[in-house]
Design a protein around this ligand. Structure first.
Ligand code: MG
Length: 532
């Protein structure tokens, strides 16, 4: 889901131990020998990683954990694709490792009472306590309504503050045609028209795709990214498309929850897209095109660009043509002041993750376990955990500044646990340089700094930490399924063939009969509970 997924390396490292998961039904993790021959505690840590991640015991920073706990650590590394099949049986067995990293999320802990409530150990976890004080929203991501903390979150730091979804434009084409980055929908339309008719790629063919949009998911405006309804931000409706119910139309404005499919703004975006498609500025086949083709069109043949404007992660999505592209702020929709235009509010989703560390309830070596947990969240250990050990893979410039070394960049294997698998906290003032995907992310996202200021993260988005109960989640999910089975084909048809004006009221009425208002009321209830 995050930018880190853009860094997956090609090489698969086979033969990593899966000792813990494989033995769940036999001895069970963590319930074997809890003391070594020398009388020191023995602690098992399960960590779920990508296939190309180096074995944790070979990472130098893990020695600091051993020193801190004065214990023996046995690592079990499970590949993330294998873990999907192992998680449920392990939970069902009731036997979990002393410490699990990147394995369980708070909803798992809600279902099965096998994890320790870490909120009662905060005096032994000063690093975690400090993390929670500095990042209260990260704590809220995992806290139960009664204040329990069964799974710890992570933060990758301020460098990751931002949406993963951006609007990119071919700046080389703009420069060639003597055009500026469009600031309104009208200007965008004019630019697209020029892209279509003036052969900006200079090959003598009218092969340009002025604007490309992605096929819709059947379940709404996610889970796959780069949905064209990011354009709602042009009209001041803040999307949150990296995660959460915004993908099913839920939005918040001044603390009031609604579904944007029932708004005039939604209708306005549909009409605009229909107009652009009618003028040949968006391909008429866009909504039936495979994602692989969309992506191929971004990078083209690596020599001659064919895409003018597209929603993507960053310029790097355009491959060898990356230098031609820049992110552009959302252009203002009709009648909108530039001061009210927003951008996708998924800014903390990229920073924080909620599923990072759980401890077995009543662990016999709890003191040693807590010492390990506290060390993991020590910022100096955290940064190495995420990126690789100092000094080999990470150069420490000063207390707050690090850089990946050439050795880290050249390594075939991941030398740290990365964003997906690290249980740690990188404070906001710590920066890591030389990280290619971070550089391209910042280049794209910094363009939206002003538009991020035009809304309040709590009042104008559904925060990630708002979690409906299991029962309400089921109701919401059933309603969503019914609504989107109906809605997505209709929305696609409107964009391709028009008709939204005449049909919109009936569309909204139909969504009401399929549960839209109930779903909005449930989200409002949980929003109020978590934010007030
Ligand atoms: Mg051409």
């Amino acid at each position: 889901m995050s930018s880190a997924t853009k860094t997956v390396r090609g090489r698969i490292v086979a033969g990593i131990a899966m000792a813990c998961a494989a033995t769940t039904v036999l001895a069970g993790c963590g319930s074997g020998t809890s003391t070594g021959a020398d009388g020191k505690p023995q602690v098992e840590i399960l960590v779920v990683t990508t296939a190309d991640t180096m074995a944790p015991e070979k990472m130098a920073w893990t020695k600091e954990l051993t020193a801190a706990c004065d214990c023996h650590i046995k690592w079990s590394q499970v590949m993330n694709n294998a873990w999907n099949n192992q998680k449920s049986p392990m939970l069902a067995s009731g036997s979990v490792p002393d410490i699990s990293i990147a394995a369980f999320d708070p909803s798992d802990a809600d279902k099965v009472p096998v994890f320790e409530d870490l909120s009662q150990h905060m005096d032994q976890l000063p690093s975690v306590a400090k993390f929670f004080k500095e990042q209260p929203d990260a704590k809220k991501l995992v806290q139960t309504p009664s204040g329990g903390v069964y799974v710890l979150p992570s933060s990758r730091g301020k460098q990751y503050h931002g949406s993963g979804q951006h609007m990119l434009i071919n700046k080389t084409w703009l420069d060639k045609l003597g055009l500026e980055i469009p600031k309104t929908w009208d200007e965008l339309e004019q630019v697209l028209e020029a892209f279509k008719t003036q052969d900006p790629n200079g090959n003598g063919k009218a092969d340009e795709i002025p604007m490309n949009i992605k096929k819709f998911d059947t379940s709404g405006f996610g889970p796959s990214w780069y949905n064209t309804f990011l354009l709602l931000n042009s009209l001041g409706i803040v999307t949150h498309f990296n995660s959460g119910p915004s993908q099913q139309g839920i939005y918040v404005k001044d603390g009031k929850v609604g579904n944007f499919m029932a708004t005039e703004e939604f209708k306005t975006v549909v009409k605009y897209l229909n107009k652009l498609m009618g003028e040949g500025l968006i391909p008429s086949t866009a909504l039936t095109k495979d994602d692989s083709k969309y992506n191929a069109e971004l990078s083209s043949d690596g020599k001659t660009a064919i895409t003018g404007v597209a929603f993507a992660y960053a310029a790097t999505d355009f491959g060898d043509l990356a230098d031609q592209y820049v992110a552009m702020p959302a252009p203002a929709g009709p009648g909108m002041s530039a001061d009210d235009v927003t951008w996708d509010g998924s800014v903390e989703t990229t920073m924080f993750q909620n599923n990072k560390l759980a401890v077995r309830a009543g662990d016999e070596n709890m003191d040693a376990v807590l010492k390990i947990v506290n060390k993991l969240y020590d910022p100096e250990v955290s940064v190495q955990q995420f990126y690789g050990s100092t000094p080999d893979y990470l150069a420490k410039k000063d207390d707050k500044t690090y850089e990946l070394t050439q050795k880290a960049i050249d390594s075939d294997a991941r030398v740290g646990l990365g964003g997906e698998s690290s249980a740690g906290w990188i404070p906001d003032d710590v920066t890591v340089g030389n990280v290619d995907y971070l550089t391209s992310f910042r280049e794209a996202d910094d363009v939206y700094a002003e538009q991020y200021k035009h809304f309040d993260l709590t009042k104008d988005t559904m925060p990630d930490y708002v979690r409906p109960s299991d029962t309400d989640s089921t109701t919401i999910s059933n309603n969503d399924t019914q609504m989107f089975d109906y809605a997505m084909p209709v929305i696609s048809r409107w964009i391709v063939s028009g008709g939204v004006d005449g049909e919109f009221d009936d569309f909204v009425s139909k969504l009401r009969t399929l549960g839209m208002d109930d779903t909005v009321a449930l989200w409002q209830k949980w929003y109020d509970k978590y934010t007030k």
